[in-house]
Design a protein around this ligand. Structure first.
Ligand SMILES: Cc1cc2nc3c(=O)[nH]c(=O)nc-3n(C[C@H](O)[C@H](O)[C@H](O)COP(=O)(O)OP(=O)(O)OC[C@H]3O[C@@H](n4cnc5c(N)ncnc54)[C@H](O)[C@@H]3O)c2cc1C
Length: 301
């Protein structure tokens, strides 16, 4: 049982906004998902640490979201507290070739800051939705670049609510994976090192990346981006295409006609629709090609 009065009082003393019975669909890009018991908008690392200590002490289940751009939220919602790392905790600082971002800063904003400061290294990441914290967690990447190429360190809160720092050499990065998957740690800030470059060249490269996304991805529909991880030796979209699954639907969920790696929400999809469709795609691809596709988005339930 969550003592909402006590939690509201704690949030008040920390200056964090709290929304009881908050519908998750408003906070994830797929646009479905039931309510969580409370959503708390984090405003500092210290507030997050205090809240985590409280939740540990009182055995309150909690989870973290950034922009919700790689999350599948259950229709029945989340029976716990969601800590939102968003615009209340989104400072970005650029000094020389170093850029330090609060976890709630948008990756796109970090890219824009880098571009204006004439710092190169984030061009290929431009256009990836989500926060810097979420990007580090997922080791987000595109067009041959990944977060691991530029991150030098991160501040995080460990499972005991202590604020710590880790160097990137300890983050065990691999494809869409970082050590944060296997710890209960919560990322509060990320420091990246870039290289000096020409702002106009950087802008051009960023715009090219965005143009490629607009041309290839069904950005007009809610989604969580690529629904399946890239299997070793092939591409999920290629395999799905080869199996003739473009346009396959379950309820309001559909394999995009524009990019078969994306499952899209045609407007009324539920979590159940998306999971049923993904299950069908996985089964058919396995039967026809032998490849086992794995979901990329994280399921919040
Ligand atoms: C249209 C579209 C295109 C996309 N293109 C790409 C792409 O090219 N490349 C790519 O890699 N991804 C892509 N994605 C997926 C997604 O944008 C990235 O994975 C992004 O980095 C997720 O960031 P987020 O803030 O939205 O994280 P969320 O979706 O909110 O969370 C994802 C996971 O990270 C955890 N998390 C988030 N913040 C923190 C934190 N501060 N501390 C600890 N854990 C945290 C969450 O608990 C969850 O497990 C795309 C998504 C969409 C919708």
């Amino acid at each position: 049982m969550i003592d909402l009065d006590a939690l509201t009082e704690l949030c008040g003393s920390l200056g964090c906004r709290i929304t009881p019975e908050c519908p998750l669909r408003e906070y994830i890009t797929f646009k479905f998902g039931g309510p969580c018991r409370a959503l708390i908008s984090i405003n500092s690392a210290q507030s997050a640490a205090e809240l985590i200590k409280y939740m540990k002490k009182n055995s309150v289940k909690y989870s973290v979201i950034g922009r919700g751009s790689n999350i599948i939220a259950a229709d029945e919602g989340f029976d716990g507290v969601v800590l939102l790392f968003g615009s209340d905790f989104a400072n970005i600082e650029v000094r020389d070739d170093i850029i330090k971002c609060d976890a709630g800063a948008l990756l796109m904003s970090a890219c824009a800051h880098a571009q204006r400061a004439g710092l190169s290294g984030m061009e290929n990441l431009f256009g990836i939705p989500g926060t810097v914290g979420g990007a580090l967690y997922m080791n987000a990447g595109a067009y041959g670049s990944e977060m691991k190429d530029i991150v030098i360190s991160a501040e995080y809160i460990d499972a005991n609510g202590e604020i710590k720092t880790a160097g990137s050499e300890n983050m065990k990065f691999s494809y869409r994976y970082s050590i944060f998957f296997d710890t209960e740690s919560i990322i509060t800030s990320v420091t990246m090192r870039l290289k000096k470059g020409d702002p106009e060249e950087i802008k051009k490269a960023m715009n090219e990346c965005m143009d490629k996304r607009k041309a290839k991805q069904p950005l007009e529909y809610p989604s969580a981006g690529s629904t399946f991880k890239r299997p070793k030796g092939s591409y999920a979209s290629l395999l799905i295409d080869q199996c003739g699954l473009k346009g396959l639907s379950c309820g309001g969920a559909m394999v995009s006609e524009k990019h078969s790696g994306f499952v899209i929400n045609k407007g009324c999809a539920t979590c159940a629709d998306v999971l049923e469709l993904c299950g069908k795609v996985q089964q058919i691809v396995k039967e026809k090609t032998g490849y086992q596709l794995e979901l990329e988005p994280v399921i919040l339930r």
